[in-house]
Design a protein. Structure first.
Length: 351
Protein backbone atom coordinates (compact mmCIF):
# COMPACT_ATOMS: atom_id res chain seq x y z
CA UNK A 1 0.00 0.00 0.00
CA UNK A 2 1.44 3.33 -1.03
CA UNK A 3 0.29 6.92 -0.84
CA UNK A 4 -0.48 9.61 -3.38
CA UNK A 5 -2.06 13.02 -3.51
CA UNK A 6 -3.14 12.68 -7.12
CA UNK A 7 -6.76 13.76 -7.80
CA UNK A 8 -9.23 10.93 -8.23
CA UNK A 9 -12.49 10.79 -10.11
CA UNK A 10 -12.95 7.22 -8.90
CA UNK A 11 -13.50 8.34 -5.33
CA UNK A 12 -16.29 10.68 -6.33
CA UNK A 13 -18.21 8.03 -8.21
CA UNK A 14 -17.76 5.42 -5.48
CA UNK A 15 -18.91 7.52 -2.55
CA UNK A 16 -22.55 7.49 -3.56
CA UNK A 17 -22.67 3.71 -3.26
CA UNK A 18 -20.30 3.16 -0.36
CA UNK A 19 -22.81 3.55 2.46
CA UNK A 20 -23.92 0.15 3.69
CA UNK A 21 -27.51 -0.84 2.90
CA UNK A 22 -29.51 -2.44 5.67
CA UNK A 23 -28.91 -6.18 5.79
CA UNK A 24 -31.76 -8.64 5.63
CA UNK A 25 -32.20 -11.54 8.03
CA UNK A 26 -29.58 -14.23 7.58
CA UNK A 27 -30.72 -17.14 5.47
CA UNK A 28 -30.39 -20.62 6.94
CA UNK A 29 -30.63 -22.53 3.66
CA UNK A 30 -27.53 -23.91 1.95
CA UNK A 31 -26.18 -21.44 -0.58
CA UNK A 32 -24.70 -22.11 -3.98
CA UNK A 33 -21.39 -20.25 -4.18
CA UNK A 34 -18.98 -19.72 -7.04
CA UNK A 35 -15.41 -18.87 -6.03
CA UNK A 36 -12.96 -17.47 -8.58
CA UNK A 37 -9.71 -18.93 -7.28
CA UNK A 38 -10.22 -20.37 -3.83
CA UNK A 39 -7.17 -22.54 -3.04
CA UNK A 40 -4.43 -20.21 -1.84
CA UNK A 41 -4.96 -18.00 1.24
CA UNK A 42 -8.05 -15.87 1.73
CA UNK A 43 -9.93 -17.88 -0.89
CA UNK A 44 -8.93 -21.08 0.87
CA UNK A 45 -10.20 -19.73 4.20
CA UNK A 46 -13.49 -18.74 2.58
CA UNK A 47 -14.04 -22.14 0.99
CA UNK A 48 -13.25 -23.87 4.28
CA UNK A 49 -15.79 -21.69 6.10
CA UNK A 50 -18.46 -22.17 3.42
CA UNK A 51 -18.09 -25.95 3.34
CA UNK A 52 -18.13 -26.10 7.15
CA UNK A 53 -21.54 -24.39 7.07
CA UNK A 54 -22.89 -26.83 4.51
CA UNK A 55 -22.93 -24.57 1.46
CA UNK A 56 -22.41 -25.85 -2.08
CA UNK A 57 -19.17 -24.53 -3.54
CA UNK A 58 -17.96 -24.41 -7.12
CA UNK A 59 -14.33 -23.43 -7.72
CA UNK A 60 -13.30 -21.89 -11.02
CA UNK A 61 -9.55 -21.72 -11.47
CA UNK A 62 -6.65 -23.00 -13.57
CA UNK A 63 -5.91 -25.89 -11.24
CA UNK A 64 -2.34 -24.73 -10.61
CA UNK A 65 -2.42 -24.00 -6.86
CA UNK A 66 -3.20 -26.95 -4.57
CA UNK A 67 -5.26 -28.94 -7.08
CA UNK A 68 -7.63 -31.35 -5.39
CA UNK A 69 -7.53 -29.41 -2.12
CA UNK A 70 -11.30 -29.54 -1.71
CA UNK A 71 -12.62 -32.85 -3.07
CA UNK A 72 -16.04 -32.10 -1.58
CA UNK A 73 -16.35 -28.99 -3.77
CA UNK A 74 -16.91 -28.91 -7.50
CA UNK A 75 -13.93 -27.68 -9.51
CA UNK A 76 -14.33 -26.23 -13.00
CA UNK A 77 -11.03 -25.64 -14.76
CA UNK A 78 -10.60 -22.50 -16.82
CA UNK A 79 -8.73 -19.25 -17.24
CA UNK A 80 -10.84 -16.22 -16.34
CA UNK A 81 -8.51 -13.92 -18.24
CA UNK A 82 -9.57 -15.50 -21.53
CA UNK A 83 -12.68 -17.66 -21.34
CA UNK A 84 -15.46 -18.22 -18.80
CA UNK A 85 -17.67 -20.24 -21.13
CA UNK A 86 -17.31 -23.34 -18.94
CA UNK A 87 -19.70 -21.57 -16.53
CA UNK A 88 -22.35 -20.78 -19.15
CA UNK A 89 -25.97 -21.56 -18.34
CA UNK A 90 -25.47 -21.85 -14.57
CA UNK A 91 -26.62 -19.70 -11.65
CA UNK A 92 -25.32 -19.17 -8.12
CA UNK A 93 -26.48 -17.29 -5.05
CA UNK A 94 -23.15 -15.44 -5.06
CA UNK A 95 -19.76 -15.24 -6.69
CA UNK A 96 -16.69 -14.47 -4.58
CA UNK A 97 -13.90 -12.83 -6.55
CA UNK A 98 -10.72 -13.19 -4.51
CA UNK A 99 -8.31 -12.87 -7.42
CA UNK A 100 -9.44 -9.90 -9.51
CA UNK A 101 -6.52 -7.57 -10.18
CA UNK A 102 -6.92 -6.29 -13.74
CA UNK A 103 -9.94 -4.12 -14.61
CA UNK A 104 -10.58 -5.74 -17.98
CA UNK A 105 -10.44 -9.22 -16.45
CA UNK A 106 -12.92 -8.20 -13.76
CA UNK A 107 -15.11 -6.56 -16.40
CA UNK A 108 -15.14 -9.84 -18.33
CA UNK A 109 -16.16 -11.74 -15.19
CA UNK A 110 -18.89 -9.26 -14.30
CA UNK A 111 -20.25 -9.33 -17.83
CA UNK A 112 -20.30 -13.12 -17.91
CA UNK A 113 -21.63 -13.68 -14.38
CA UNK A 114 -23.35 -10.52 -13.17
CA UNK A 115 -26.79 -11.57 -14.37
CA UNK A 116 -26.46 -15.11 -13.05
CA UNK A 117 -25.43 -14.50 -9.45
CA UNK A 118 -27.42 -13.02 -6.62
CA UNK A 119 -24.44 -11.18 -5.12
CA UNK A 120 -20.98 -10.24 -6.38
CA UNK A 121 -18.42 -10.16 -3.56
CA UNK A 122 -15.23 -8.47 -4.71
CA UNK A 123 -12.08 -8.58 -2.60
CA UNK A 124 -10.32 -5.26 -3.01
CA UNK A 125 -7.60 -3.73 -0.84
CA UNK A 126 -6.85 -0.76 1.39
CA UNK A 127 -4.21 0.13 -1.20
CA UNK A 128 -6.99 1.85 -3.19
CA UNK A 129 -6.67 4.99 -1.05
CA UNK A 130 -4.83 7.93 -2.57
CA UNK A 131 -3.58 9.29 0.75
CA UNK A 132 -2.23 7.35 3.72
CA UNK A 133 -1.00 10.38 5.64
CA UNK A 134 -4.40 10.77 7.34
CA UNK A 135 -6.93 8.27 8.68
CA UNK A 136 -9.26 6.99 5.96
CA UNK A 137 -12.81 5.70 6.09
CA UNK A 138 -14.66 4.09 3.19
CA UNK A 139 -15.36 7.44 1.53
CA UNK A 140 -11.71 8.51 1.29
CA UNK A 141 -10.29 9.60 -2.05
CA UNK A 142 -9.17 6.70 -4.23
CA UNK A 143 -6.35 6.32 -6.70
CA UNK A 144 -7.35 6.96 -10.30
CA UNK A 145 -5.99 4.62 -12.93
CA UNK A 146 -6.70 7.20 -15.65
CA UNK A 147 -4.37 9.67 -13.89
CA UNK A 148 -1.34 7.54 -14.85
CA UNK A 149 -0.19 6.69 -11.31
CA UNK A 150 3.46 5.73 -10.69
CA UNK A 151 4.35 2.02 -10.77
CA UNK A 152 4.23 1.57 -6.99
CA UNK A 153 0.58 2.70 -7.00
CA UNK A 154 -0.66 0.69 -9.96
CA UNK A 155 -1.89 -2.20 -7.83
CA UNK A 156 -4.15 0.08 -5.77
CA UNK A 157 -5.28 2.06 -8.80
CA UNK A 158 -6.23 -1.10 -10.67
CA UNK A 159 -8.13 -2.42 -7.69
CA UNK A 160 -10.00 0.90 -7.40
CA UNK A 161 -10.98 0.62 -11.06
CA UNK A 162 -12.15 -2.96 -10.46
CA UNK A 163 -14.33 -1.76 -7.57
CA UNK A 164 -16.07 0.75 -9.84
CA UNK A 165 -16.71 -1.90 -12.50
CA UNK A 166 -18.37 -4.20 -9.97
CA UNK A 167 -20.40 -1.41 -8.37
CA UNK A 168 -21.56 -0.01 -11.70
CA UNK A 169 -22.66 -3.43 -12.94
CA UNK A 170 -24.16 -4.89 -9.76
CA UNK A 171 -25.30 -1.91 -7.68
CA UNK A 172 -26.78 -3.04 -4.36
CA UNK A 173 -25.88 -6.63 -5.21
CA UNK A 174 -22.19 -5.74 -4.89
CA UNK A 175 -20.20 -6.25 -1.69
CA UNK A 176 -16.77 -4.61 -1.80
CA UNK A 177 -14.43 -5.95 0.86
CA UNK A 178 -11.21 -3.99 1.44
CA UNK A 179 -8.81 -6.00 3.61
CA UNK A 180 -5.57 -4.63 4.91
CA UNK A 181 -2.65 -6.88 5.81
CA UNK A 182 -4.10 -10.40 5.91
CA UNK A 183 -2.44 -12.87 8.28
CA UNK A 184 -2.89 -16.35 9.67
CA UNK A 185 -2.30 -19.95 8.59
CA UNK A 186 -1.42 -20.49 4.90
CA UNK A 187 0.01 -16.98 4.55
CA UNK A 188 2.05 -17.14 1.30
CA UNK A 189 4.28 -14.27 2.49
CA UNK A 190 6.59 -14.39 5.48
CA UNK A 191 5.52 -11.09 6.98
CA UNK A 192 3.46 -12.27 9.94
CA UNK A 193 4.85 -15.81 10.40
CA UNK A 194 8.34 -14.33 10.65
CA UNK A 195 7.71 -12.90 14.11
CA UNK A 196 6.55 -15.88 16.19
CA UNK A 197 9.18 -18.02 14.44
CA UNK A 198 11.86 -15.39 15.14
CA UNK A 199 10.97 -15.09 18.82
CA UNK A 200 11.03 -18.87 19.16
CA UNK A 201 14.63 -18.88 17.91
CA UNK A 202 15.46 -16.52 20.76
CA UNK A 203 18.55 -14.43 21.33
CA UNK A 204 18.64 -10.75 20.42
CA UNK A 205 15.57 -9.90 18.33
CA UNK A 206 15.61 -6.72 16.24
CA UNK A 207 12.35 -4.80 16.74
CA UNK A 208 11.78 -1.92 14.30
CA UNK A 209 10.50 1.56 15.07
CA UNK A 210 8.85 2.75 18.26
CA UNK A 211 6.62 0.60 20.53
CA UNK A 212 3.83 3.15 20.04
CA UNK A 213 3.89 2.81 16.23
CA UNK A 214 0.61 1.54 14.84
CA UNK A 215 0.04 -2.01 13.62
CA UNK A 216 -3.13 -3.21 11.90
CA UNK A 217 -3.91 -6.59 10.36
CA UNK A 218 -6.65 -9.22 10.22
CA UNK A 219 -6.82 -13.01 10.30
CA UNK A 220 -7.85 -14.42 6.91
CA UNK A 221 -10.46 -16.56 8.65
CA UNK A 222 -12.15 -13.46 10.05
CA UNK A 223 -12.30 -11.86 6.59
CA UNK A 224 -13.73 -15.10 5.20
CA UNK A 225 -16.42 -15.27 7.86
CA UNK A 226 -17.31 -11.65 7.14
CA UNK A 227 -17.68 -12.31 3.42
CA UNK A 228 -19.85 -15.35 4.07
CA UNK A 229 -22.03 -13.26 6.38
CA UNK A 230 -22.40 -10.59 3.67
CA UNK A 231 -23.82 -13.24 1.38
CA UNK A 232 -26.05 -14.84 3.98
CA UNK A 233 -27.54 -11.54 5.11
CA UNK A 234 -27.61 -9.79 1.75
CA UNK A 235 -25.24 -7.07 2.94
CA UNK A 236 -23.95 -4.85 0.16
CA UNK A 237 -21.79 -1.75 0.02
CA UNK A 238 -18.13 -0.92 0.56
CA UNK A 239 -16.28 -1.90 3.74
CA UNK A 240 -12.78 -1.53 5.13
CA UNK A 241 -12.22 -4.96 6.63
CA UNK A 242 -9.13 -5.13 8.78
CA UNK A 243 -8.35 -5.32 12.48
CA UNK A 244 -8.36 -2.65 15.13
CA UNK A 245 -5.20 -0.58 15.38
CA UNK A 246 -2.86 -1.67 18.18
CA UNK A 247 0.61 -0.53 19.25
CA UNK A 248 3.38 -2.41 17.45
CA UNK A 249 4.99 -2.99 20.85
CA UNK A 250 1.87 -4.83 22.01
CA UNK A 251 2.17 -7.18 19.06
CA UNK A 252 5.82 -7.93 19.87
CA UNK A 253 4.99 -8.44 23.55
CA UNK A 254 2.31 -10.96 22.57
CA UNK A 255 4.78 -12.86 20.38
CA UNK A 256 7.38 -12.96 23.13
CA UNK A 257 4.94 -13.99 25.84
CA UNK A 258 3.45 -16.79 23.74
CA UNK A 259 6.63 -18.20 22.23
CA UNK A 260 9.76 -17.37 24.22
CA UNK A 261 9.81 -14.96 27.19
CA UNK A 262 13.60 -15.32 27.34
CA UNK A 263 14.14 -13.69 23.93
CA UNK A 264 15.94 -10.32 24.16
CA UNK A 265 14.16 -7.50 22.29
CA UNK A 266 16.48 -4.87 20.78
CA UNK A 267 14.70 -1.78 19.54
CA UNK A 268 16.09 0.01 16.45
CA UNK A 269 14.38 3.28 15.51
CA UNK A 270 12.91 3.99 12.11
CA UNK A 271 15.36 6.78 11.30
CA UNK A 272 18.32 4.51 11.98
CA UNK A 273 16.88 1.70 9.84
CA UNK A 274 16.25 4.03 6.94
CA UNK A 275 19.73 5.52 7.23
CA UNK A 276 21.14 1.98 7.12
CA UNK A 277 19.42 1.42 3.79
CA UNK A 278 16.57 -0.82 4.97
CA UNK A 279 13.71 -0.78 2.44
CA UNK A 280 10.88 1.28 4.02
CA UNK A 281 8.13 -1.06 2.80
CA UNK A 282 8.48 -4.09 5.07
CA UNK A 283 12.26 -4.35 4.77
CA UNK A 284 11.65 -5.57 8.30
CA UNK A 285 8.41 -7.59 8.23
CA UNK A 286 5.27 -5.57 9.02
CA UNK A 287 7.27 -2.37 9.56
CA UNK A 288 6.55 0.60 7.31
CA UNK A 289 9.07 3.42 7.43
CA UNK A 290 7.62 5.65 4.71
CA UNK A 291 6.90 9.04 6.36
CA UNK A 292 4.07 9.66 3.88
CA UNK A 293 2.19 6.67 5.29
CA UNK A 294 1.89 7.46 8.98
CA UNK A 295 -1.81 6.55 8.97
CA UNK A 296 -1.62 3.41 6.86
CA UNK A 297 -2.18 1.25 9.96
CA UNK A 298 -4.91 3.49 11.35
CA UNK A 299 -7.70 2.72 8.87
CA UNK A 300 -11.23 3.33 10.13
CA UNK A 301 -13.07 -0.01 10.37
CA UNK A 302 -16.02 1.22 12.42
CA UNK A 303 -18.51 0.53 9.62
CA UNK A 304 -17.60 -3.16 9.41
CA UNK A 305 -17.43 -3.55 13.20
CA UNK A 306 -20.87 -1.99 13.57
CA UNK A 307 -22.17 -4.43 10.97
CA UNK A 308 -20.87 -7.44 12.88
CA UNK A 309 -17.23 -7.98 11.91
CA UNK A 310 -15.76 -10.31 14.53
CA UNK A 311 -12.04 -10.40 15.30
CA UNK A 312 -10.44 -13.34 17.05
CA UNK A 313 -7.83 -12.83 19.80
CA UNK A 314 -4.29 -12.06 18.67
CA UNK A 315 -2.92 -14.96 20.70
CA UNK A 316 -5.08 -17.40 18.73
CA UNK A 317 -3.85 -16.10 15.38
CA UNK A 318 -0.24 -16.20 16.57
CA UNK A 319 -0.51 -19.75 17.93
CA UNK A 320 -2.31 -21.11 14.86
CA UNK A 321 0.12 -19.40 12.48
CA UNK A 322 3.15 -20.74 14.33
CA UNK A 323 1.70 -24.26 14.39
CA UNK A 324 1.08 -24.14 10.64
CA UNK A 325 4.50 -22.63 9.94
CA UNK A 326 6.18 -25.33 12.04
CA UNK A 327 4.27 -28.10 10.30
CA UNK A 328 5.34 -26.87 6.86
CA UNK A 329 8.97 -26.64 7.94
CA UNK A 330 9.35 -22.86 7.89
CA UNK A 331 9.15 -20.34 5.07
CA UNK A 332 9.13 -21.27 1.42
CA UNK A 333 12.19 -20.27 -0.62
CA UNK A 334 11.98 -16.62 -1.62
CA UNK A 335 9.39 -15.72 1.02
CA UNK A 336 9.40 -12.18 2.36
CA UNK A 337 11.29 -11.63 5.58
CA UNK A 338 14.48 -10.45 7.22
CA UNK A 339 17.35 -12.91 6.83
CA UNK A 340 19.32 -13.90 9.90
CA UNK A 341 22.49 -12.47 8.36
CA UNK A 342 20.86 -9.11 7.65
CA UNK A 343 19.37 -8.93 11.14
CA UNK A 344 22.76 -9.61 12.69
CA UNK A 345 24.37 -6.94 10.52
CA UNK A 346 21.82 -4.34 11.60
CA UNK A 347 22.19 -5.31 15.24
CA UNK A 348 26.00 -4.98 15.05
CA UNK A 349 25.84 -1.63 13.30
CA UNK A 350 22.86 0.01 15.00
CA UNK A 351 22.11 -1.53 18.38
Amino acid sequence: MQSSTAPSTTAQSTTAQSAAPSATARTDRPLSLLVLGGTRFLGRAFVEAALAEGHRVTLFNRGLTAPGLFPEAETVLGDRTADLSALDGRHWDAVVDVAGYEPEVVRRSVTALGGRVGRYVFVSTLSVFADHSTVQDEDGELLDLDADPPPHQLYGARKAACERIVLDACGDRASIVRPGLIVGPHDPTDRFPYWPRRFRRGGRVLLPGDPADAAQFIDARDVAAWMLDCIGTGRGGVYNVTGRTLPFGEFFDACRALVNPDAEPVRIGTAALLAAGVEPWMGVPMWIGDPACVAINRIDVSRALAAGLTLRPLAETLADTLAWDTARGGPAPGAEGLTEAEEQRLLRELA
